[in-house]
Design a protein around this ligand. Structure first.
Ligand code: SF4
Length: 645
């Protein structure tokens, strides 16, 4: 095979078997790689009623079709599972070096099934694969685990692992790659439920390309074009996504409002973070280096180094929780990385808890004495420790924002601003709400949103996209393109960029119609003739499979609704806004070939996309129990091991 390696590794932890299977060529052609092949695997092999933390959940890892080639920004690994955080398709794209190394070792996908009866880690050294005991690693944080495994297996390996949070089945736990990069949606808890501590990979080969010379020429063109992009030069490489704190209206106190630039505290502004920066670093195969390496200058974690603190950390752990102290934010970011938790999920859940505390829905009796006043950074840092260890009130935070509101009751859900369990602000009907409503993993800034609005892209790129009718005044039409470009980036392994720009997510966008340049690259890599239209179809196919997967988890059209504040929800304007929003959602369904009354892919659309069997399965399925967050357990039944960091 060209482009792909041709091999899928199946790891069955219950049976302790490691099996190499040939990658299905039709699957590769139609779903490309990364998010695409993972979504198809999850749909085909997992029906409704699976406990995300039970033995029947699957953990899928897949680099993109163009990973480990000369294309820049292509070292993204997609980690997909049934999310224990949201209870629906949970997938995340993670940087670092794992995707490159996995592909160089010869694997297009690794699928982990079952549960080991003791802690293990997976060791891959090119063609050699084995399961190793991990008793000595269990209880360690992600940094210590990575250091120990690199020391044991030598430099050049990439390590993905979990920390105490994953072991303790914290639903906010992430898969951590090379210490600092996180794949979220609770995948870390799935590792923990399987007794899988780490994956260590060394890869020394490289995928064969059909036309290596032609591909190299196109990668060079892409790099040159990116080098001219003002946003990459002046923003992404200098500030990374920190830039957003002063420019993207971050949430404030559980989305009570969005902070306009002039209200962002001086010490949190993007320029201010330079004070702590000691270097700039990036993922393998990326020249942008959008991440900062920083050192905490004082406090409990004085001199500790952290990497890649992004806009999301500053706003989710900071402004949206009412905290304005950079030292505390850096401490919490490092704690999340070391324990292995997602900063966005932790921040959103803590912000909700703080709102409930400040409204008197919970008090110090519920929080075991913690003062969750908005500005109290010290107790918030303590709560991050408690969450990873499932101590006291942290045991509730560890369940995630939707489940926290469900467990507390007493009107708490009114303040849980979410779509399908993921939090991402309160917006009026319009482009942002539409993007959040239709994203298949829940409210999300990394699906169509920024691309459909063009909010961060270079002016010249933007003008060209407007001229071509890609970005228009019609949010539905713009969203169709925005969704496709992000789906394709996730499938070919391209980073969507530090500041969510078109140039990052989509190579060669200036060539022909929108996807012609990428299609040319895929053709040269794989030898399969792709066109702009066939890869557009690949994107639509992936979206339809994800939607069908969620339908079997009980998601309905009602879950594509926008969150509203309680004082607005029951007003006439609130009802009108929901109507406007739903009209847009239905229009988007129609344009995508989905049934307007259910949001499900129609038989006609499935057959056109060569996935007619999905229509059969959807028609034959019994209606699933309506989605109400992930399946929960008794809070007393969770493990609580490991030591605090
Ligand atoms: S832009 Fe940033 S996150 Fe994306 S590949 Fe480059 S360094 Fe990694």
């Amino acid at each position: 095979m060209f482009g792909w390696c041709g091999t899928v590794l199946r790891v069955n932890l219950t049976r302790e078997t490691l099996k190499k299977e040939a990658l299905d060529t039709d699957l590769a052609r139609d779903f490309l790689g990364g998010r695409g092949i993972n979504a198809k695997t999850l749909f085909d092999e997992m029906g409704p009623g699976v406990d995300p933390l039970g033995p029947d959940n699957l953990l899928c890892f897949a680099p993109g079709t163009l990973t480990a080639t000369t294309l820049g920004l292509s070292s993204r690994l997609h980690v997909s599972t049934l999310s224990p955080y949201s209870g629906i398709m949970g997938d995340g794209s993670v940087g670092g070096s794992m995707a490159n190394v996995m592909k160089k070792a010869g694997y297009d996908q690794i699928v982990v099934e079952g549960v080991s009866d003791k802690p293990v880690y997976l060791l891959i050294e090119d063609g050699e694969v084995s399961l190793r005991p991990a008793d000595d690693l269990w209880g360690l944080d992600t940094w210590a685990t990575t250091d120990r495994l690199v020391e044991r297996h030598g430099k050049g390996v990439s390590v993905a692992c979990i920390g105490q949070a994953g072991e303790n089945l914290v639903r906010l736990a992430s898969t951590m790659v090379d210490k600092y990069s996180s794949a979220s949606r609770g995948s870390g808890a799935v590792w923990g439920s399987k007794n899988l501590k780490a994956m260590v990979v060394r890869g020394t080969g490289r995928p064969e390309l059909f036309d290596r010379k032609g591909f190299l020429a196109l990668s060079k063109e892409d790099k040159l074009f990116m080098a001219k992009d003002r946003v990459q030069k002046e923003v992404a490489s200098v500030y990374g996504s920190h830039y957003g704190i002063t420019n993207w209206y971050p949430g404030y106190r559980n989305f009570e409002k969005e902070l306009p630039p002039e209200e962002v505290p001086e010490q949190l502004r993007h320029e201010a973070w330079k004070e702590f920066e000691i270097d700039r670093v990036g993922c393998q195969s990326c020249h942008i280096k959008c991440k900062n390496l920083y050192k905490i200058p004082k406090g409990d974690r004085k001199d500790e180094i952290g990497e890649g603190m992004e806009y999301e950390a500053v706003y989710c752990l900071g402004t949206n929780c009412g905290v304005e102290e950079p030292i505390a934010i850096m401490e919490m970011e490092n704690l999340c990385d070391a324990y292995g938790m997602d900063v966005i999920a932790v921040g959103n859940t803590v912000a909700l808890a703080k709102e409930l505390f400040n409204r008197g829905i919970i008090d110090k009796n519920d929080t075991q004495g913690l003062d969750l006043s908005w500005e109290n950074a010290k107790d918030q840092v303590e709560l991050v420790h408690m969450t990873a260890m499932r101590e006291g009130f942290g045991n509730l935070i560890a369940e995630g924002m939707y489940s926290l509101a469900k467990i507390i009751g007493n009107g708490a859900m009114d303040y849980c601003y979410h779509v399908k369990g993921l939090g991402r602000g309160v917006y009026p009907a319009g482009l942002f709400s539409l993007a959040h409503a239709i994203a298949t993993r829940g409210a999300d800034h990394l699906r169509g949103r920024s691309w459909a609005s063009g909010e961060n892209s270079d002016e010249d790129v933007l003008k060209d996209l407007m001229k071509k009718g890609i970005i228009t005044d019609d949010p539905v039409q713009s969203m169709i393109h925005g969704e496709r470009v992000t789906t394709l980036a996730d499938a070919v392994g391209r980073c969507k960029g530090a500041v969510n720009t078109w140039t990052c997510a989509l190579p060669l966008i200036w060539k022909g119609s929108l996807f012609d340049g990428l299609a040319d690259m895929l053709t040269k890599a794989t030898g399969i003739t792709y066109t702009g239209k066939t890869i557009e179809d690949a994107s639509d196919r992936i979206g339809a499979v994800e939607r069908a997967f969620n339908a079997r988890q009980g998601i309905t059209i009602a879950d594509d609704m926008l969150p509203q504040r309680p004082d607005f929800k029951n007003t006439q304007e609130g009802a009108e806004e929901r109507e406007v929003h739903m009209a847009m959602v239905k229009e988007w369904y129609r344009e995508n070939g989905y049934e307007p009354e259910t949001g499900l892919p129609t038989r006609e659309a499935c057959e056109r996309l060569n996935i007619g069997y999905i229509a059969n399965i959807l028609e034959e399925s019994q209606p699933s129990e309506k989605w109400d967050g992930p399946l929960l357990r008794d809070l007393a039944d969770y493990p609580t091991g490991g030591k605090r960091v």
